[in-house]
Design a protein around this ligand. Structure first.
Ligand SMILES: Nc1ncnc2c1ncn2[C@@H]1O[C@H](COP(=O)(O)OP(=O)(O)OP(=O)(O)O)[C@@H](O)[C@H]1O
Length: 326
């Protein structure tokens, strides 16, 4: 039995369908990333899975329990940890009081260890907490009862890079212990680092579910080539060349630089390149950002304002019919 089972999950808020027939399983022991830009429908799926909102159609099972049955839901919830996108703790309570409350409800197996790792200021009232401190406290309350499944809604938002790294290492170690993780994100590098499988949601519909590796394979290679002379664009019009950029200025030792994503046959590409004098050639794995661009399409789908890792709010699908569309 999978940890989370979704079958045709649909949520219509009345103003639009936020989840439209979403079907996938999260297997036990895996880290499953749920990826999509703001407004894609990630939180709606999570809130439905946790029984906070009821589906318009379809079903959701959590650790084998039907989430629309209150008793079954409660049973499942005792064994899970949940970190919402903006944890809403009682503003007048101190961090310590919040921990005591959580401990009395769900149990406390490991808060000491977690406090050492994430270190929120426990003697302070929540209203004096920064966003990052709320997130740190949220991580402690999510894991302190040693759950078998955690559901995390954009878990690293508000954490500084050092803590993000610490969190990544922590999650990897937890997976080794058998924990199942379902987390939503619009931070692509995080998904790439952590996930076994990834589901991509766009406008409420699931676009794909696949191992992160095969997603990268399908996304092709990033090719940079530096030629002594400019390679005519027509020569590079071969199957699998996308987003070709040519720059004669920036190449420091003269010549021309061409950069493109390549999803075709590398041998066919090398055959074409044999006719030119190459000064340098590199073929690397395409950044996940490029993969995402292919799924979402359109200019400005990645805003680049945060190291190029984030996907801008309101990125829309163009469905250009290209061979990478799913
Ligand atoms: N309570 C609600 N009532 C009406 N519409 C809602 C409600 N909650 C969400 N929506 C809409 O449903 C769609 C999906 O929202 P959702 O919060 O699930 O997306 P998300 O992928 O989690 O986005 P984010 O990354 O910003 O949290 C959006 O268009 C949103 O405006």
């Amino acid at each position: 039995m999978a940890a989370i089972e979704l079958e045709g999950l649909t949520k219509d808020y009345g103003e639009g369908v936020a989840n439209d027939g979403v079907t996938f399983d999260v297997e036990r022991g895996e880290i499953f990333g749920y990826l999509g830009p703001n407004g894609a429908g990630k939180t709606t799926t999570i809130r439905t899975v946790l029984g906070f909102i009821s589906p318009t159609a379809g079903s959701a099972r959590l650790l084998g329990r039907d989430v629309t049955d209150e008793e079954q839901l409660l049973e499942a919830k005792r064994r899970i940890g949940y970190l919402p996108d903006s944890p809403a703790f009682d503003e007048t309570a101190t961090g310590q009081e919040i921990l005591d409350l959580h401990g009395s409800i769900k149990g406390d197996e490991r808060s000491a260890e977690l406090l050492e790792l994430f270190d929120p200021p426990l003697d302070r009232e929540i209203r004096a907490y920064s966003r990052g401190n709320v997130q740190k406290l949220g991580l402690v309350t999510t894991f302190m009862h040693d759950p078998e499944l955690v559901i995390l809604d954009e878990p690293t938002s508000g954490l500084d890079p050092l803590l993000q790294q610490r969190f990544t290492e922590f999650l990897r170690a937890e997976r080794e212990r058998g924990l199942t993780v379902f987390f939503s994100s619009h931070i692509l590098s995080e998904v790439r680092k952590l996930c076994d499988r990834v589901g991509i949601i766009r406008n409420g519909r699931l676009v794909t579910v696949e191992p992160v590796e095969s997603l990268l394979d399908r996304s092709g290679k990033l090719v940079r080539l530096h030629a002594a002379e400019s390679i005519p664009v027509q020569s590079l019009e071969i199957d699998g060349v996308h987003d070709l950029e040519t720059d004669s200025e920036s190449a420091s030792s003269g010549g021309t630089e061409h950069v493109f994503t390549f999803t075709g046959d590398v041998n066919a590409l090398l055959e074409v390149l044999r006719s030119y004098q190459l000064l340098d050639l590199s073929i690397e794995e395409a950044p996940l950002e490029d993969v995402f661009m292919r799924f979402y399409g359109g200019d400005g789908a990645a805003d680049g304002s945060d190291g190029g890792d984030r996907v801008a709010a309101g990125a829309t699908a163009t469905d250009d019919g290209g061979d990478d569309d799913v």
